[in-house]
Ligand binder design. Structure first.
Ligand SMILES: [Zn+2]
Length: 384
């Protein structure tokens, strides 16, 4: 369950950043929080121990991809997803709804659910809201996400409307499926928290409709889906400003798929509590590192002669151990996995540090000033 602890309102009185605590089976998550993405039950290049060292409280995996490979039997034999991964803190799993917009899954949707093609062997799989809940219960995760219908960016109003209607209908079926499992399973079996997902594209009225119809349902928290999929940033902020205030205050608000440093702060300001994204890890492997003075592309020639850390005041394992920009530039030029590890460790630490500072500033009542200052400096000096 979620306990709202502190709020920090901006000068206009319109934006409201929050601190809270989400209690789960594997521990309490202090929000705002960022979840590294372990799509296939691993975060690329880093170990669970390293993630904990960076300040990671919770990760998110993808139930659909894990269901395909290694498959539920292996996870069950391992004693659940936590044991399989050797990760002792909370795990969220996404349902597979997001894979709908990826062309390699060849998704087809009807009222019943979604048919996907496995990217591994081309086999077809029908995913219904009920099956998604079953799988996530079998995985033994802390928080399960319902199956949603995520419309592609650029969908017309009719398509956005159908997707929002499907999502609300599937929400009711997901809750009923979890209730059924609760009634029929042994009392010792632990059930995950279940989050609904609001949709609506970038259409303000659809966003409002989706929030109103979803929030009457008894979910433990709400994912905000269908954003950060190609729309201009301003459209995303606009949609959030319309939808977030309609979500219940006493439930976690999780913005799915957003994780650039400036977006995380802008969205915390709007009242979002939780984030996940491959952004910091994927960028790291391609040589983009986050610093308080903006993003650096460490592949660029000038860095090959800089014998200083990626970010001088950074407390991450890479920077404190003395690895330099010049050395990491050399490693990445040679496509070294070690170089990718160093940049990934740094970027994940940066994000965890950023949400930790945000939390402190919300408690002190100075978050909005901090956010404005950080974003201004970060945007101005990025992409050098
Ligand atoms: Zn660092």
């Amino acid at each position: 369950m979620f306990n709202l602890k502190t709020e920090c309102t901006d000068e206009s009185g319109q934006l409201n950043a929050r601190c809270g605590e989400l209690e789960t089976m594997h521990g309490t998550i202090h929000t705002p929080a960022f979840m590294p993405v372990a799509t296939k039950a691993y975060v690329k290049t880093v170990t669970p121990e390293e993630m904990i060292e960076q300040g990671t409280q919770v990760i998110i995996a993808n139930s659909f991809l894990i269901y395909l490979r290694p498959g539920l039997e292996i996870i069950k034999d391992a004693g659940g997803l936590h044991k399989f991964m050797n990760w002792s803190k909370p795990i969220f799993t996404d349902s597979g709804g997001f894979q709908m917009i990826r062309p390699d899954f060849h998704a087809k949707v009807d009222d019943h659910g979604i048919t996907f093609q496995s990217p591994f062997d081309g086999t077809k799989h029908i995913f219904t809201p009920e099956k998604c809940v079953d799988i996530q219960v079998e995985l033994g995760v802390d928080v399960a996400m319902m199956l949603d219908h995520c419309p592609k960016y650029g969908s017309n109003l009719e398509e956005i409307k159908i997707a929002a209607e499907h999502t609300t209908d599937w929400a009711k079926r997901s809750l009923a499926a979890l209730e059924h499992l609760r009634d029929t399973s042994s009392s010792r079996r632990h059930m995950p928290l279940l989050f609904g997902i609001v949709q609506g594209g970038t259409d303000v009225l659809q966003r409002q409709w989706s929030a109103r119809t979803m929030t009457v349902l008894d979910f433990d928290g709400f994912g905000i889906g269908g954003l950060s999929i190609g729309e201009p940033k301003e459209k995303m902020y606009e949609a959030l400003k319309e939808q977030v205030p309609l979500l219940p205050e006493d439930r976690v608000r999780y913005l799915m798929g957003v994780g650039s440093p400036e977006d995380v702060l802008e969205c915390i300001a709007i009242g979002v509590d939780l984030f996940d994204s491959v952004f910091p890890t994927r960028n790291a492997r391609h040589g983009t590192v986050h610093t308080k003075n903006g993003n650096l592309n460490i592949n660029r020639a000038p860095y090959s002669k800089q014998f200083i850390p990626l970010d001088e005041d950074c407390g991450c394992l890479t920077c404190t151990a003395g690895f330099t920009r010049a050395y990491i530039n050399h490693l990445l030029k040679n496509h070294s996995i070690l170089g990718m590890r160093f940049t990934t460790i740094h970027n994940l630490y940066f994000l965890q540090q950023l949400v930790r500072i945000a939390k402190e500033r919300i408690s002190e009542g100075t978050f909005h000033e901090f956010k404005d200052e950080f974003v201004k400096k970060f945007r101005k000096r990025s992409n050098r």
